[in-house]
Design a protein around this ligand. Structure first.
Ligand code: SF4
Length: 374
């Protein structure tokens, strides 16, 4: 049963030097053409059983689309897929794109969650990340979104960018305290080798924080957010009580979701699929009534186990208690048992990749149904 819908909007007004997403500055399709293709693509899935509860518009920069275009898109998808059960609609927004009036129009469309790409509240951080907006653009966008009635706002923050020092975290935390968003996503910069930042870091022209400094940055981040009353419910996500992102929980709980748009991913039945990353191919396939999928993997019982362990150990609640025996005894000191499950202790989250890898090696023959059925 499909529970969530993701839409990839690939347009951006500039390319950030760390970005590994499919984002296009000079796209060969205009916004209206692309939106019509998304609606066409949705028809290819209209026979699937679904109870769509969340809608997420990510990118790219969805707020490069005018609110009227987004209204047309959501209305078109509703007619095909029935979005009447949707309780959360998130739109990713870059700080320099929308005004109060645009935000008001978004609210009228039923969009009830905004994810603002702040990335840093220091000008140094923004320059290091190659962002074109300023801190005051972010603050303005945030206040205007509040004025327009948004009561559920996420701020995206990045850390471990070149030249960052642990004291820079104080500024990020001060702004979070002042603005008090309901949700904070904090991602460590990944220097992908195919990005300009990745190239500069690998040839030593840019320096990211070394292990000790990274550990200080990381500790300031999670202890600071905790002191501000945020609860970490996933490796990179914190929220005030009741404001966990429902859409992302669908991914982490391995529920089915439909992904539409160039380069979008989806998970239906036991199959993970990925759409083509070529927008012209995407358009050609959809116009012919063919799914624009170029990768499709049906998960084996073993794959299901591995994904389940990886995704659930990203969550604070961790694995269900009945899975406790899959954690080897020498790793138990990294775990804590809560009411609902057994998860990695917050102070060891920076080691989560290594811990998860060890759990998987220890359970190299296990499958999901075997563990679930005892
Ligand atoms: S705005 Fe976002 S999607 Fe666009 S280039 Fe920058 S990081 Fe990538």
């Amino acid at each position: 049963m499909i529970k969530a819908l993701y839409l990839h909007i690939p347009f951006c007004s500039y390319k950030c030097p760390y970005c590994d997403f499919l984002s296009l500055v000079d796209a060969p399709l205009d916004h209206e053409e692309y939106v019509n293709l998304l609606i066409e693509e949705s028809r290819l899935y209209s026979h699937y059983e679904r109870d769509i509860r969340t809608l997420y518009l990510g990118g790219g920069t969805p707020t490069l689309l005018k609110p009227d275009t987004l209204a047309y898109l959501i209305d078109g998808l509703d007619k095909v897929l029935d979005l009447s059960g949707v309780v959360e609609i998130t739109v990713e927004c870059n700080p320099e794109t929308y005004t109060t009036e645009d935000f008001r129009k978004l609210r009228r469309l039923g969009v009830n969650r905004l994810s603002i790409g702040a990335q840093s509240f220091t000008e140094k951080g923004l320059r290091s990340l190659g962002r074109k907006h300023s801190v005051s653009d972010t603050v303005r966008a945030y206040h205007e979104a509040r004025e327009a009635g948004f009561e559920n706002i996420n701020l995206d923050i990045m850390y471990a960018y070149p030249e960052q020092e642990s004291q820079d975290l104080e500024v990020e935390l001060e702004w979070i305290e002042k603005l008090r968003p309901e949700h904070v996503s904090a991602y460590m910069l990944t220097p992908y080798p195919n990005t300009p930042i990745g190239v500069e870091i690998s040839r030593g022209a840019l320096k990211v924080p070394e292990e000790d400094e990274l550990s200080r940055i990381y500790n300031s981040l999670w202890t600071g957010l905790k002191e501000l009353g945020y609860s970490r419910y996933e490796i990179s996500n914190w929220s005030l009580e009741g404001f966990e992102c429902k859409h992302n929980l669908v991914y982490w709980n391995m529920e089915e979701f439909l992904g539409l748009g160039v380069s979008a991913w989806g998970f239906i039945g036991r199959t993970r699929y990925g759409n083509t990353k070529n927008i012209l191919k995407y358009a050609e396939f959809v116009r012919k009534g063919i799914r624009p999928v170029d990768k499709s993997v049906r998960l084996s019982e073993r794959d299901l186990f591995e994904e389940f362990v990886i995704l659930r150990l990203r969550l604070k609640e961790g694995l269900p208690k009945s899975f406790k025996h899959v954690v080897p005894s020498h790793l138990l000191r990294f775990f804590e048992e809560g009411e609902r499950g057994i998860g990695i202790r917050e102070e060891y989250m920076l080691l989560s990749n290594e811990i998860i890898a060890e759990v998987l090696v220890y359970n190299s023959d296990r499958t999901l149904s075997e563990v679930k059925n005892g």
